[in-house]
Design a protein. Structure first.
Lengths: 157, 103
């Protein structure tokens, strides 16, 4: 019992040290490897929950985010999606599929010259809106949507 | 240990195009096998990309990424000969790191 208590205290001390190092600017968040998995966002059952999970309280619709995806996807298990943000200073992109059991598919941060652009392949359970969220360095969130019709779903089975 | 990734990194104009194919089942945890048992979730959760020793991309993924995930990225300021190091970690703690050189 006592040993466990010791461990807990030690653990708390270590976390505190990391927080202090971050505050002092020694460790920038981007340098801290193995960032905690954002379970809240990825397990959210609806778009609102997923957006909240990634920290996007309010979003502005933007035509400067381009989503390239097929209008009709024959196979919902593999739907190619390309997202490009032409909004200056975009530092993160996230892709959501509205009607999936958990809408958030992925979220990426860009730095050191990486262009705010990504290509990926997602699963879609049924016809749904595909949404792309872009975050800018001043903490604003922008959103664009595109509908993709699915003839054979990619979830369950 | 999972199979190696296939990484292609090529200069196109002033930026490097990086495409990576990862070998992973990406089980959602919702699918049932023929016997009706739920197949446990097994998917990549975290991905990092380093170019020339600098972290350029890091992200997290959920089970809605297709099996054997393919990702494409673009990095400005990279040059031919720079090393690209890509790493993933899945929800069971499996991980894989592979590298390629920009051509």
């Amino acid at each position: 019992m006592d040993a466990l208590r010791r461990t807990l205290i030690k653990g708390a001390g270590a976390t505190g040290a990391i927080a202090a190092a971050m505050a002092a600017g020694v460790l920038k968040p981007s340098q801290v490897l193995a960032a905690e998995y954002n379970r809240t966002a990825f397990e959210a059952k609806d778009v609102a929950g997923a957006l909240k999970g990634v920290g996007a309280g309010s979003t502005t619709e933007s035509k400067d985010i381009v989503i390239r995806a097929p209008d009709i996807a024959e196979n919902g298990a593999v739907v190619p999606v390309d997202v490009v943000s032409n909004i200056p200073n975009t530092i993160s992109l996230a892709v959501l599929v509205d009607k999936n059991p958990a809408p958030l598919t992925s979220a990426f941060d860009f730095a050191n010259g990486a262009v705010a652009e990504m290509a990926l392949r997602v699963k879609m359970g049924q016809t749904s809106m595909v949404e792309a969220i872009a975050k800018t360095s001043d903490g604003k969130y922008f959103i664009a949507k595109k509908e993709v019709k699915v003839t054979v779903g990619g979830c369950g089975g | 240990m999972a199979d190696p990734m296939k990484i292609r990194a090529q200069m196109k104009g002033d930026s490097a195009e990086i495409r990576v194919l990862m070998s992973h089942p990406m089980e959602t945890g919702q699918r049932k096998d023929n016997a009706g048992n739920v197949v446990p979730a097994h998917f990549i959760q975290s991905i990092t990309v380093d170019v020339g020793g600098k972290r350029v991309i890091q992200g997290q993924t959920g089970p809605a990424i297709s099996r054997n995930p393919v990702f494409g990225f673009k990095v400005k300021g990279a040059k031919a000969g720079d090393k690209v190091v890509i790493n993933w970690v899945d929800n069971k703690g499996d991980k894989r790191t592979d590298e390629a050189t920009i051509s």
